[in-house]
Design a protein around this ligand. Structure first.
Ligand code: CUA
Length: 332
């Protein structure tokens, strides 16, 4: 019947956000657990307040004889104002502060130095840098790998407008502001893949600005970084002598914006030196699979309307296919 249907819709609505790779209700780190706990407390408390107010409101409709004097009525009103309007809000806000300030403190990069990962928001993709990688800085895009079970300090900023750095299952959320570095300390408890999303309206591509986050055990993380040192990436990009024609096409059409270690050094668009190893293309709009890069090159304005890459109408299909196939081999 109708009541059952409404109940199902309400419960489905409440639980729809409880799982998935971007759910704050499925925390995978201490910072996220703090946020989730306070969310549940506030939801429960608000529900109680809603019920109490509704009951009082309905009660007010009940017809009854007026037996109290005006002075008594004023006394009752004063008690409600002091209790419900002053004492209750002060007590609940104090309790929230007592919980929230230490929780916020834990997300500050204080105490022992931790692993540092820099994330820079661009319209509409994420640049990810590992400044302290052994052997030299590692740079990638839209694919963030972090060690599991240890604090990581994310130094975030923006290249053009304000973007938002947010990995819901790990907690926090911090603005990425041009000309300023904001820092947040997060930790992943489990090796997993997490979704992240730009959380600040930043233009036409805002909804298409995802970040693929993966937490790996320390050894795998170190190996991942080690495989992305410049020499290795250069060797990978130039390994196949037969691909010289494709590399020339890349130098002509792509090199002023994109870096491929050993081939080009453009720094306007994402670094493509390890693009073949990424989970997605276009900051999450396509799954990386065979032929995906070529599809992206041909249809990127349909797949991600408004993105800043010019169209490649001046290249024929065969060249685009060859470029796509070559880029897909760039997988350390
Ligand atoms: Cu970047 Cu929204």
């Amino acid at each position: 019947n109708l009541i059952a249907l409404i109940a199902v819709i309400v419960i489905a609505g409440f639980t729809a956000g409880c799982s998935g790779d971007k759910s704050i209700l499925d925390p995978a780190g201490q910072a996220a657990r703090d946020v989730t706990l306070i969310w549940w407390i506030m939801l429960s408390f608000s529900a109680v307040v809603l019920i109490v107010v509704t009951v009082l409101w309905l009660y007010a409709f009940k017809p009854r004889e007026v037996t109290r004097t005006a002075a008594q009525e004023r006394g009752i009103a004063r008690r409600w104002i002091i209790g419900g309007g002053i004492v209750l809000p002060v007590a609940s806000i104090t309790a929230l502060l007592a919980f929230g300030v230490p929780a916020g403190q834990r997300m500050l990069p204080l105490g022992e130095p931790a692993e540092v990962i820099e994330v820079i928001g661009h319209q509409w993709w994420f640049e990810v840098r590992y400044p302290n990688a052994e052997g030299g800085e590692v740079v990638t895009a839209n694919h963030l790998v972090m060690p599991v079970g240890e604090p990581v300090d994310f130094n975030v900023s923006g290249a053009d407008v304000i973007h938002g750095f947010w990995i819901p299952r790990l907690g926090g959320k911090i603005d990425m502001i041009p000309g300023r570095v904001n820092r947040i300390r997060l930790e992943a408890d489990i090796p997993a893949v997490f979704g992240a999303q730009c959380a600040e309206l930043c233009g036409v591509g805002h909804a298409h600005m995802h970040l693929h986050v993966e937490s790996l055990p320390r050894e795998e993380y170190d190996a991942w970084l080690g495989a992305r040192q410049d020499e290795q990436l250069s060797a990978l990009a130039t390994a196949d002598a037969d691909q010289e024609e494709v590399r020339d096409a890349f130098r002509t059409h792509c090199a002023s914006c994109h870096q491929v270690a050993g081939v080009s050094s453009g720094n306007i668009g994402p670094d493509l030196s390890d693009i073949g190893s990424r989970a997605t293309l276009g900051a999450g709009v396509m799954v990386m699979e065979e032929g995906a890069v070529s599809q992206w090159l041909k249809h990127h304005q349909t797949l991600k309307p408004g993105n800043r890459m010019p169209s490649h109408g001046d290249m024929d299909t065969d060249t685009l296919d060859a470029l796509g196939a070559w880029l897909e081999t760039l997988s350390p």
